[in-house]
Design a protein around this ligand. Structure first.
Ligand code: C2E
Ligand code: MG
Ligand code: MG
Ligand code: MG
Length: 282
């Protein structure tokens, strides 16, 4: 009867929920182990100056190298880290690891570059981001001017007063701030002006269909113009073709990141690319 069917439906629904919850718990537990046992790695993707062609920086992107499963994508474990709170210690690990690597490259005499790392909205609730950054910089000796923190528009929208205070402390340290995936969230222009932001990163979704999409070309050009009029530097993400780069150069975009230069690379490969590339660019 209807009652039995109803119960069956509930059971089915519960089963899939339980299944999803079980999978989340499993990833969470394994992620804690991975963090403790050193199975996380940072990969580095070059950020290139469009005017000079030189590599000016790199975005550090976390990877999970599971001894059994191989590489696990951040798309799979960052959301779990966020809901479970593991993003707190994970984010601290990323901050320290990036600063230590950056300082090692300086000691090795590599050209000075800036390192950008990603911050989740949850990290601002779980940890004192400014204190973490100060500690990582001090412990490593990596200069604050070389550290850039990427946050999303949602961070600025949620608790603006608290976030502004944190960002101001970071600015006082000399750390730079970038808005990641710009254009995909609540892009309040008033917000931008009220936070100490240095860089806008145009989301790769607006770059992908250039030059096929007139709309995306208009949006990207508008972001560059708006960023510049607010005194910000603008970087385009996900640049894959020379045509896309030519368009961005013509519109005065400052920098780019994307497969056209390189995929994210393990530290040693990135260092080799940096030497060879900037050596060539002069
Ligand atoms: P994101 O910060 O927007 O990073 C850019 C993503 O685009 C990276 O994916 C990068 O590998 C990819 N990408 C770069 N160039 C190209 C390109 O030319 N074409 C295409 N199709 N893709 C490109 P990834 O490494 O898988 O990272 C995905 C997201 O995971 C990141 O997006 C970031 O939001 C998050 N994430 C990565 N590492 C961390 C971390 O340490 N902490 C936090 N909180 N989030 C992280
Ligand atoms: Mg990013
Ligand atoms: Mg991005
Ligand atoms: Mg993105």
């Amino acid at each position: 009867g209807a009652k039995a069917r109803g119960r069956g439906a509930y059971c089915f629904f519960d089963e899939s929920l339980i299944q999803a919850a079980r999978e989340r718990l499993e990833i969470e537990a394994r992620l804690r182990v991975a963090l403790a046992q050193g199975h996380l790695r940072l990969y580095y993707q070059p950020q290139v100056c469009i005017v000079t062609g030189r590599i000016m920086g790199a975005e550090a992107l976390v990877r999970w190298l599971d001894p059994q499963e191989g590489m696990i994508s951040p798309a799979r474990f960052i959301p779990v880290a966020e809901t479970s709170g593991v993003i707190g210690p994970l984010g601290q690990w990323v901050m320290r690891a990036a600063c230590e690597q950056g300082q090692r490259w300086r000691a090795d005499g590599l050209p000075e570059i800036r390192l950008a790392i990603n911050l989740s909205p949850r990290q601002f609730q779980l940890t004192d981001v400014a204190a973490c950054a100060a500690e990582a910089l001090k412990a490593s000796g990596f200069p604050a001017r070389c550290l850039e923190l990427e946050l999303t528009e949602s961070v600025l929208a949620e608790r603006p007063d608290e976030i502004r205070a944190v960002l101001q402390r970071l600015q006082q340290l000399g750390v730079r701030m970038a808005v990641d995936d710009f254009g995909t969230g609540y892009s309040s222009l008033a917000h931008l002006k009220r936070f100490p932001i240095d860089v806008l990163k145009i989301d790769q979704g607006f770059i992908r269909d250039i030059p096929r999409s007139a709309d995306d070309m208009a949006i990207s050009a508008a972001i560059v113009a708006m960023g510049h009029s607010l005194g910000l530097s603008v970087l385009a993400e996900g640049v894959e073709t020379p045509q896309q780069l030519a368009f961005l150069r013509e519109r005065g975009c400052d920098a780019y990141q994307g497969y056209l230069c390189s995929r994210p690379l393990p530290a040693e490969e990135f260092a080799r690319l940096l030497q060879a590339h900037n050596g060539m660019a002069g």
